[in-house]
Design a protein around this ligand. Sequence first.
Ligand SMILES: NC(=O)c1ccc[n+]([C@@H]2O[C@H](COP(=O)([O-])OP(=O)(O)OC[C@H]3O[C@@H](n4cnc5c(N)ncnc54)[C@H](O)[C@@H]3O)[C@@H](O)[C@H]2O)c1
Length: 331
Amino acid sequence: MLLINSLFLVNLFMKKILIIGGGAMGSAFSVPCIDNNNKVFITEPYSQRFIKNLSSKNIFHSGLKINLSKKLIFKKYAKELFFEKYDLIVIALSLSGINFVSKELKKYKVKSPVLVLTKGLKYEKKNKKITTISQTLLKNIPKLNVSVLKGPCLAKELARKNQTSVIIANKNIKIAKLLGKMISTKYYLIEYSKDVIGVEICSAIKNIYSMIIGSGLSLNKSSSLFQKSLLEMKYITRQLKGKEETVLSLAGVGDLYVSAAGGRNSKMGNYLGQGFTFKSAKKKFMANDTVEGEQLVREIAPFILKKFNSKKIPLMFRMIRAILKNKKFSI
Ligand SMILES: NC(=O)c1ccc[n+]([C@@H]2O[C@H](COP(=O)([O-])OP(=O)(O)OC[C@H]3O[C@@H](n4cnc5c(N)ncnc54)[C@H](O)[C@@H]3O)[C@@H](O)[C@H]2O)c1
């Protein structure tokens, strides 16, 4: 009887979480969710490689190089998935998957709260505007309860339960805190913000600034680029209607540090600093790597070049020129 009662209690507090996106980040995110006693489902709509990983017996993830918990439940991506009610749906796809998932959530009239891990911005050609991911989702589904989670988090480290601090933003801080309670653990620490736009802008543009910092080639030069990058990030965040102080949060300077210290963006920046053009560096050294900073440059350049003053954000303008015109990057 006692056992039945305690099982009932566990189930009562156990939340149902669906993670859409079985790449490195979506899969790593399942680790604290499971440790916090949630029932965690994961689905993969796009990559055969991740489907194979997640449906294998040992749940070995080829990106994380780790066996995931047997408690993680893999679900084939299908419309039936959305017939169930979840306490939380997590979006962990790359930026290129956002339009797809936005249409799907609308089609299946999803009412569960949504938490976005994806980092990036979109340029709306029609309205000539830069939009964040939460704005893109809300435009499609105005009543969606959407929060964003960003910050310095290498998926491989989180999957190995290294201490990681991130920030959840929602205009309604109570909702952000409820989500935080659902997913935080001793090693996954959560901070909160109401500045959804600022958090999204910072977490996206840090990919471009980590390329710029990576081009420094020496710690002295990179440190000075780091300081100048922060000033430009403050300016851009303010202009795009985020809060300047968010640049000093985990989503801004926190994430900039981890990306500049290591990672694909700063690696590309390093080649640019050595005098390679973007195309030659990509072909020669990083042919199979996604460089998120480059993708973001291409996405937002039409807006930045038109609406911003090059004297206010000279580093950004030089990086845009280097990538779009395939010119050497010099500072
Ligand atoms: N919020 C955080 O703490 C945090 C930390 C690290 C990374 N991220 C972000 O998470 C996102 C995913 O990163 P990752 O390291 O898991 O990348 P990954 O390459 O390992 O996985 C990418 C995921 O997106 C899917 N995808 C790719 N192209 C798609 C398309 N055209 N349509 C639909 N789905 C598509 C893949 O199938 C896979 O599920 C990125 O935006 C990254 O910046 C967030």
